[in-house]
Design a binder for this molecule. Structure first.
Ligand code: MTE
Ligand code: MO
Length: 413
């Protein structure tokens, strides 16, 4: 990045943080403008979850009987799920052959192991922040700094020459074809990173520590812009194919398997019941998908008031802006020294983000909501993306990932 670009980013970033952003950055657990914050609001902010999720606090979405990470260490060693025993094959798809000179196979004794991966990592390792979200679950599973080697480095080792249109991959599945969990990407996405996205990686570290068996260790794929099902755990096999379309396990569940991460908001805290005599604090998070994030807003809908049928997304409601919190001083996630690892994409040498909110990750928000009359309400928050599209737009359908507006019943008295 040129110096000029960096200065522009920094200026944009500080503008977003507000005038006191730079000082706040140093002064508070979650920056913004803490000096001016009412104590009540600050207290709610102080109780927020950390920005990074400790590896063991991730929610787990794992198939298998038994689930691979429940095997004992000894059993895992036997099936190649420890760093010492891990082997990865890169094969041609016999049904849609690719022209490739050097498949990495057990048969030929050319399979790839963890040592080979670490050798590549010496010069090719990348790190980036990403929220892992299941397409079928409303809330993110966790936010981490994922480290790995670009998957394309592995592809190049096989010397592909022609007829390569797609790459599919799967993990250990108890040697039972019915348990296989497979995902796929276009060869183009693996070979090049469009729109400034980080690369698709063979991931071996999360928040600076070796990837645990539960998170898919020793090695999983991580696809930055995709929902969780593309990030196959316990990776054992990569197939190069001339097939021209997706063949993901997740396609069977009526899912939109090409859907990139959506932007949406959810509430984390609010008083219950709401007070009727004074303003009150609310907090939440927003997932920052490919459409970016411009604003978070909240609205308390009186339950007894009917809403016009022709406004299903409440576009005409009196939404109130929340404050998007700046980068936290403590990142959490049990990351070593509390510092973002060096050379993490999107962060500078001091471990500060170069832009905010960080795309494909998460931010927190807070708002001091004016007092409300006694009654029953539905509480909602929503995002407005950088193209001014209000959640659940532009892609409201559940099978391309969650973005439905939340509905939290609360009463005020
Ligand atoms: N091998 C394998 N990889 C997998 C899965 C699985 O069942 N088996 N589940 C996927 C799904 S649907 C999601 S949402 C993510 C969840 O990642 P996590 O368990 O690390 O949070 O892993 C993906 N990778
Ligand atoms: Mo998932």
């Amino acid at each position: 990045m040129s110096l000029e670009e960096h200065i522009q980013l920094t200026r944009r970033y500080l503008l977003k943080l507000g005038a006191a952003g730079a000082t706040a950055w140093a002064a508070s657990p979650l920056s913004g403008n803490p000096q001016d914050r009412p104590a009540k609001l600050q207290k709610a902010i102080d109780q927020l979850e950390s920005w990074l999720t400790p590896a063991e606090d991730f929610r787990d979405v794992s198939r298998g009987r038994p689930v691979p990470h429940t095997l004992s260490e000894e059993e895992r060693a036997k099936v190649g799920l420890t760093r010492d025993t891990w082997r990865l094959e890169v094969l041609g798809d016999p049904e849609n052959p690719t022209l490739m000179k050097n498949p990495l196979t057990r048969e030929k004794g050319t399979e790839f192991n963890f040592e080979d991966l670490m050798r590549l990592a010496e010069t090719k390792a990348v790190r980036f922040a990403k929220v892992m979200t299941c397409l079928n679950i409303g809330c993110p599973l966790g936010t981490g700094i994922w480290e790995g080697v670009p998957l394309r480095e592995l592809l190049w080792l096989t010397q592909p020459a022609a007829d390569l249109r797609r790459v599919f991959y799967y993990g250990f599945h108890n040697d039972d074809p019915k348990q296989r969990f497979q995902s796929s990407l276009s060869a183009s996405r693996v070979l090049e990173d469009p729109f400034d996205l980080p690369p698709v990686i063979l991931c071996y570290k999360l928040n600076g520590e070796w990837l645990s068996p539960e998170r898919g260790g020793p090695v999983r794929v991580v696809v930055p812009e995709a929902y969780g099902f593309k990030s196959v755990k316990w990776l054992t096999t990569v197939m190069l194919t001339n097939l021209f379309h997706a063949n993901d396990t997740y396609a069977n569940g009526n899912n939109d398997v090409d859907s990139p991460l959506k932007t949406f908001s959810a509430t984390l805290s609010h008083p219950d019941p709401l007070p009727t005599n004074e303003p009150f604090a609310m907090t939440g998070y927003a997932q920052v998908g490919v459409s970016g994030l411009d604003k978070v807003q909240v609205w308390l809908q009186p339950i007894d008031r009917e809403w016009p049928k022709d406004d299903p997304y409440f576009l005409t409601a009196p939404w109130i802006d929340a404050q998007i919190l700046g980068p936290p001083k403590q990142w959490g996630g049990e990351i070593a020294d509390g510092r973002i690892p060096a050379d993490t994409l999107g962060f500078d040498e001091e471990g500060r983000p170069q832009d905010w909110p960080l795309q494909l990750a998460k931010v927190h928000w807070a708002v001091l909501h004016p007092k409300v009359p006694a009654g029953n309400y539905i509480l909602r928050s929503r995002t407005i993306d950088t193209k001014q599209q209000p959640q659940p737009l532009p892609r409201p359908f559940q099978k391309s990932g969650h973005s439905a507006l939340e509905r939290i019943r609360v009463s005020a008295n």
